[in-house]
Design a binder for this molecule. Structure first.
Ligand SMILES: Nc1ncnc2c1ncn2[C@@H]1O[C@H](COP(=O)(O)OP(=O)(O)OP(=O)(O)O)[C@@H](O)[C@H]1O
Length: 234
C-alpha cells in the first residue's frame, strides 16, 4: 500500500446499458471508520457496494482495496451483507453458523453463538420460520462474526423494530475489530447516525458530500438526518 487507505474508489462510472448509475465518483476510506452511505432511492448506493465487493465491474475508473483490485484477496477481507438474502431458508440458525464457519477461515463461531443468545434467537429455528426482522438479525450475525477488514452492509436493519435497532447497533459495534471499516447503506439515518464517523451523501450517481459527522454538525448546526431531509427534499 502506498497510502493509508483501505479503499480507493477512483473516478468510477458505472452504466447499466445506457443508464448511468454512477458518474465519475471518487472517494477514499481509511481503516477504523464507520461510514454511512446515504442517498435517495436509486442514487447508486447498492451499486457502489456491489462494485467494491467485485460483484459488478466499473465501466470506467479504478477500485483498490488495500492496494489491490477487487478479486480473491479482497473477497477474503470483505464481509458483505447484500440487500436481499441469499441464504438457504431451510437451514437452521445453528446450521448456517456451521456453514459459515466451514466456509470462512476468519469466522468466529463463539462470537456468532454469543450474538445469537444476546439477540434472543433460538439456534434450532429454521430461517424460513423467522420473522423478517429476525432473519435480518441472523444475516447480520453471520456477516459480523467474520474478522473482516471491510464490512459492506446494504440496508442492514430495515425490518427490525425501532426498540431493537439500538441494541443491534450496539451489538454490531462491540463485535468488530477497531481497525476494520464498516460501510453502511441505510435510509434509517436518525436511528443509525450516532455510530457514523463519516457520511457519503450521494444523489443521482454523484457525491454531494463526503465529510465527518462532526464537521457536518459543526458547519451546518444540523444532524445528518436534518441535512439529508433538507438537501433531498422532494
Ligand atoms: N441491473 C440493473 N439494470 C439497470 N439499471 C439498474 C440495475 N441496477 C440498478 N439500476 C439503476 O441504477 C441506479 C442506481 O441503483 P442502486 O440500486 O445502486 O440505487 P440505491 O441507491 O441502492 O437505491 P435504493 O435506496 O432504492 O436501494 C437506479 O437508477 C437503478 O434503477
Amino acid at each position: 500500500m502506498t497510502n493509508n487507505y483501505l479503499l480507493e474508489f477512483s473516478n468510477i462510472t458505472k452504466k447499466y446499458g445506457s443508464k448511468v448509475a454512477l458518474d465519475n465518483v471518487s472517494f477514499n476510506l481509511e481503516p477504523g471508520k464507520i461510514i454511512g452511505l446515504l442517498g435517495p432511492n436509486g442514487s447508486g448506493k447498492s451499486t457502489i457496494l456491489k462494485l467494491v465487493n467485485g460483484l459488478l465491474q466499473p465501466t470506467e475508473g479504478e477500485i483498490k482495496i488495500m492496494g489491490n483490485p477487487p478479486g480473491i484477496m479482497s473477497k477474503s477481507i470483505i464481509s458483505y451483507l447484500p440487500e436481499r438474502t441469499y441464504l438457504n431458508e431451510w437451514m437452521k440458525i445453528s446450521d448456517l453458523i456451521n456453514f459459515f464457519a466451514d466456509f470462512y477461515i476468519d469466522f468466529d463461531i463463539n462470537k456468532a453463538n454469543e450474538m445469537v443468545i444476546a439477540l434472543k434467537l433460538d439456534p434450532n429455528h429454521k430461517l424460513k420460520t423467522l420473522s423478517k426482522g429476525n432473519k435480518e438479525k441472523v444475516q447480520l450475525i453471520l456477516v459480523m462474526s467474520r474478522k473482516a477488514k471491510l464490512y459492506l452492509l446494504d440496508e442492514p436493519i430495515g425490518g427490525v423494530d425501532p426498540a431493537t435497532r439500538d441494541f443491534i447497533l450496539d451489538t454490531i459495534i462491540s463485535n468488530y475489530l477497531s481497525d476494520a471499516t464498516l460501510m453502511i447503506s441505510t435510509h434509517l439515518i436518525s436511528d443509525i447516525e450516532r455510530i457514523f464517523d463519516e457520511v457519503i451523501l450521494i444523489n443521482q450517481g454523484t457525491i454531494y458530500k463526503h465529510d465527518s459527522v462532526d464537521n457536518i454538525r459543526q458547519q451546518t448546526g444540523k444532524s445528518v438526518d436534518q441535512l439529508f431531509r433538507e438537501v433531498f427534499k422532494c
